[in-house]
Design a protein around this ligand. Structure first.
Ligand code: ADP
Ligand code: ASP
Ligand code: MG
Length: 498
């Protein structure tokens, strides 16, 4: 069987869902299971509705709710015709009623907890998957809607829950495998799951990719396809740099590094389940039915360019922690790390000296409580609106002069570098700059390192290369654990999970 995941833009309208049905029909002989995101922008709107309701603005929240409901019914009408859409309405209405009640309750209580937020955001994928399943059914695809909350089991870390694979495998085998053996096409919402007690959870923003990989691993899929709005994984975000090129083949390790350091095209944890089961992943363009996209496998042919791709992760803060004068240096770092541990701080880049430490983390995860506790043992300053630029490629550290060439390019772009990390990871060179400098820096780097067209290595036959990669990779596809160097450490949650 194969898993096919379609993102928000791929199901944003009746026309887009129509294309999805055609793509799925073209794979019907391979026992597809379909995972869909909420329609484009719906999750953002649910977040906005929640914020408005929780701040007491019930009318504005309900207005947004009504326009979102209307968009879903209009799409269903356009896809199904008014008669069939009317027969779908009894399946959609209870969800809209629940959502409306929740928003009214929220406006009264004025507090949106992480658990409440997961419940709120779950409606986007529930609604889109119901509409897509029905659209498939009337186009001759033998679709069966599956409630993701009944087979994808996570812990209770609301807003970024972690899958419990044993339970997920058991439930998926029980609920989904019989459908597949009856030649049905299961259709389910991505991103949403539930604890073993049945409380709704989500896998973090952009998490539908992760759902697809989790279900793929649970059911031993032959292939996982991530259908999106670009031609595959590219040498950089095409929105930042229109010259970006599609990467035909890339290794699990490199792709995971790219996803972790900001390539939004894949949720950072997506590849972990695929790596564990050695399942090839493809990133494909749902606007192009003939898309060949990017193939991600345990081993990919070396890129002839120095780097495989450039990413930029914005919304980052730098926190500088300097031992206050008079404070014993001995034990300083231990106290800082203990404080970070108490606050479950997840950092990206760390630079350490005997009496100071700087680290970066996502600004939205930086809590005042952490800063004030650190302030009790050190002088703390914080810079927001920073970005991590990361150049990824295998074996880059064996080649002399690469760092110099990267930093000369950045100097030529007149961009100031705040922190550097080279040496801890075998796969990347990363550095921190101001968010506003990202387009300039990425465009200069792309022109310098990807000006030839050689990075896009021609692709071997899809099945042949995937099969070979799986055979070669079996047992040796564990992601590398990075070692710490004396001056800089790169820790990514991708490593920590793996
Ligand atoms: P979906 O809704 O299908 O999940 P996303 O918006 O989450 O799609 O991801 C696709 C977007 O990722 C693209 O439109 C592109 O702007 C962005 N992106 C960032 N980095 C890359 C990259 N290296 N390759 C391809 N796309 C990238
Ligand atoms: N709908 C969710 C989000 O927007 C999950 C996803 O699209 O992958 O974050
Ligand atoms: Mg996405």
């Amino acid at each position: 069987m194969i898993v096919m995941k379609f993102g928000g833009t791929s199901v944003e309208s009746a026309e887009a869902i129509e294309r999805v049905a055609k793509i799925v029909a073209s794979r019907r002989d391979e026992s597809p299971l379909v995972v869909v995101s909420a329609m484009a922008k719906v999750t953002d709107q649910l977040v906005a509705m929640g914020q408005l309701a929780a701040s007491g603005e019930a009318d504005a929240s309900l207005q947004l709710f009504r326009s979102m409901r209307e968009r879903h019914f209009l799409t269903a009408n356009a896809l199904l015709g008014s008669k069939r859409a009317a027969s779908l309405a009894p399946k959609l209405d209870p969800h809209f009623a629940e959502l409306e009640n929740f928003l009214r309750g929220l406006a009264a209580v004025r507090e949106l907890t992480p658990r409440g937020s997961d419940y709120l955001l779950s409606f986007g994928e529930l609604l889109s998957s119901l509409i897509v399943a029905d659209a498939f059914a009337i186009r001759g695809l033998n679709a069966a809607w599956v409630d993701s909350r009944s087979c994808l089991v996570t812990d209770a870390t609301h807003t970024r829950a972690l899958p419990q694979m044993t339970e997920t495998r058991e439930k998926s085998k029980k609920k989904i495998a019989p459908l597949l053996s009856k030649k049905k096409i299961p259709v389910m919402g991505g991103f949403i799951a539930a604890t073993s007690a049945g409380v709704p959870t989500t896998l973090g923003r952009g998490g539908s990719d992760y759902s697809a990989a989790i279900i793929g691993a649970a059911l031993d899929a032959d292939r996982i396809e991530i259908w999106t709005d670009v031609e595959g994984m590219m040498t950089t975000d095409p929105r930042l740099c229109p010259e970006a090129k599609t990467i035909k083949q890339i290794s699990f390790n490199e792709a995971a590094e790219l996803a972790y350091f900001g390539a939004k095209v894949l949720h950072p944890a997506t590849l972990l389940p695929a790596i564990h089961k050695n399942i090839p992943v493809y990133v494909l363009n749902s606007r192009n039915l003939k898309s060949t996209g990017t193939e991600i496998t345990a081993h990919a042919p070396r890129s002839r360019d120095v780097f495989r791709a450039i990413t930029a992760k914005t919304g980052v803060s730098i926190v500088n922690v300097v031992a206050s004068r008079g404070i014993m240096v001995h034990g300083f770092l231990r106290s800082v790390f203990e404080t970070m541990d108490r606050h479950s701080t997840s950092v990206d880049i760390v630079a350490i000296s005997e009496v100071s430490m700087s680290f970066t983390m996502e600004s939205k995860r930086l809590r005042k409580a952490l800063l004030s506790e650190l302030g009790e043992i050190a002088d703390v300053t914080c810079d927001d609106k920073q970005a991590i630029v990361c150049l990824v490629g295998e074996d880059i550290h064996g080649k002399p002069g690469i760092a110099a060439s990267v930093f000369n390019t950045i100097a030529a772009a007149e961009v100031n570098i705040r922190m550097i990390s080279q040496g801890a990871s075998e796969l990347n060179i990363s550095f921190v700059i101001q968010e506003s400098d990202v387009p300039k820096a990425v465009q200069h780097l792309h022109a310098q390192f990807f000006s030839s067209s050689e990075n896009t290595i021609s692709r071997q036959t899809k099945n042949g290369s995937a099969k070979r990669a799986r055979e070669n990779g079996r047992g040796s596809s564990t992601p590398r654990v990075r070692s710490a160097s004396a001056s800089a450490v790169v820790v990514s949650s991708a490593d920590l999970i793996s």
